[in-house]
Design a protein around this ligand. Structure first.
Ligand SMILES: *Cc1c(COP(=O)(O)O)cnc(C)c1O
Length: 223
């Protein structure tokens, strides 16, 4: 059994060699685990629940880059905005409008989350709803929210071809948006895709941000 620092070093080399960045997903894990990676120089951590994010943020050094990766309810936006460096789960126009309203004089970076898996999910844009969102923003621009890329999750399956196809679809969506909406926007660069089980496929398909939990920290306790 490898220790955390060996696993981390091997994984971050692998991710860096694809010119991607590693987000260590620390949900359910104690702050000690985060400190261990922090001491090794890691700064990008991902959480999917607002209460857990707020608690961990309070207890840890303030130069951590927090990534919010779970569905974000609009009534919790005000707690997240002052803390996060990137919200991966921008999945509706109403959420973006609320983020814009709550960002005051600061700027909030967001990814558009697309539904690419063939599993049922309440969250994530389709190409069509994404188009509607962007049309609305074009008409009435966001002042404080900056859209810097896309995010998606593949189907949970052993079928590597299917997973590769879904990640390819997300990359195509990114390229279409880049051409049609963000051509002159140098900040629009990120494709957040890949988790413990499929990050190697995601890197092959051009991921720039992989979100990895269990491969680093072991299985999460289930309840
Ligand atoms: C939990 C989670 C991850 C990490 O999952 P692992 O399989 O443990 O690597 C990545 N992305 C999202 C959105 C998550 O909720």
């Amino acid at each position: 059994m490898q220790n955390l620092s060996d696993t981390y070093n091997a994984l971050s080399r692998q991710v860096a060699s694809s010119d991607a960045r590693l987000i260590a997903v620390t949900k359910t894990h104690p702050v000690e685990k985060i400190r261990e990676l922090y001491e090794l120089g890691h700064r990008d951590f991902g959480e999917n629940r607002v209460s857990e994010l707020v608690e961990k943020h309070e207890q840890l050094p303030k130069d951590i880059n927090w990534h919010f990766i779970g569905h974000l309810q609009r009534n919790k936006v005000k707690n997240v905005v002052p803390i996060v460096s990137l919200i991966h789960s921008g999945d509706s126009l109403r959420l973006l409008r609320e983020l814009d309203k709550r960002s005051d004089d600061s700027r909030t970076d967001v990814l558009l989350q697309y539904h690419i898996a063939d599993e049922e999910s309440k969250y994530g844009l389709t190409r069509e709803s994404g188009q509607q969102l962007l049309a609305s923003i074009q008409e009435d621009p966001l002042q404080h929210v900056r859209i810097v890329g896309v995010m998606g999750m593949a189907t949970y399956t052993d079928d590597a071809e299917q997973v590769a196809g879904e990640f390819r679809t997300l990359h195509e969506i990114f390229s279409d948006l880049k051409t049609n909406h963000f051509q002159y926007d140098p900040a629009f660069t990120e494709i957040s895709m890949g988790m413990s089980g499929d990050y190697e496929i995601a890197l092959q398909q051009g991921s720039t941000l992989v979100r990895i939990g269990s491969k680093l920290f072991g299985e999460r306790p289930t309840n």
